[in-house]
Design a protein around this ligand. Structure first.
Ligand code: DX5
Ligand code: ZN
Length: 233
């Protein structure tokens, strides 16, 4: 995974047809997705239950690009090896998932995978400076974890801007997760984000039999974001 700060669209399969994940992953990649975002929830850290390592392992052969696994689980350390073995390229744990996030990020890095740190809307970025050598990605939650289709929390845009200055020129991605649309993508791209997770805004209006809508949605979000970053296009 070579690092670039170009805008990357990562559709979240939480909004896909659960009975057809393989075909959905192939369809979104064929329609322009850069990464595939996989939301793992345990019904404890997040008020919903989704995918175990077995599901990730099953969809891995259907993803040519980056499998971006977002762990909304607590505790998290006991599951890191399993998601790495399932083929995740990026494994993201939440700052709020336990008292030893430094150890958790070390454990992710020890699997040889990219380590991500996710931050809930109610949390600050103060800890990032203490973890900066252990992270390859910071995921700013712009909704509270749990569901797709929620409203974007605008107050998080300032957090993205502050994060961009903390990270500076380091090869660390800023990922935005929740409520990303053609309207909100420019706000976070202008603030310094490069990975845009989008579930409902990508999958709405399409299907594996009619995937063109996926392509239009992905292209529209990308264009809106790129237009907001001077010198990117
Ligand atoms: C929410 C998840 C998000 C969600 C995004 O807890 O982490 O990835 O699926 O979906 P939209 O883009 O519909 O808000
Ligand atoms: Zn997510």
């Amino acid at each position: 995974m070579a690092f670039s700060r170009s805008i990357k669209i990562a559709p979240s399969i939480l909004s896909a047809d659960f009975a057809n994940f393989g075909a959905e992953c192939r369809a979104i990649e064929a329609q322009g997705a850069d990464w595939v975002h996989v939301d793992v929830m345990d019904g404890h850290f997040a008020p919903n239950l989704t995918f175990g390592p077995a599901t990730c392992k099953a969809i891995r052969p259907h993803i040519k690009g980056v499998m971006d696994v977002h762990l909304m689980i607590a505790p998290v350390d006991a599951y890191i090896e399993a998601y790495a073995a399932a083929g995740a390229d990026v494994i993201t744990a939440h700052l709020e998932s336990g008292p030893h996030i430094h150890r958790t990020l070390q454990a992710i890095r020890n699997t040889g995978k990219k380590a991500g740190l996710a931050i809930n809307p109610g949390s600050g970025i103060e800890q990032v400076a203490h973890l900066i050598d252990l992270i390859d990605l910071v995921c700013v939650m712009t909704v509270n974890p749990g569901f797709g289709g929620q409203k974007f929390i605008h107050s998080q845009v300032d957090k993205v801007r502050s994060l961009r200055s903390v990270i500076g020129a380091r090869p660390i991605h800023i990922e935005i997760d929740g409520g990303v649309t053609v309207e909100t993508a420019p706000l976070v791209a202008a603030a310094g984000a490069d990975v845009l997770v989008a579930g409902s805004a990508v999958f709405t209006g399409g299907s594996v039999d009619a995937p063109e809508a996926y392509g239009r949605n992905i292209a529209a979000i990308r264009k809106a974001a790129e237009m907001a970053v001077p010198g990117l296009v």
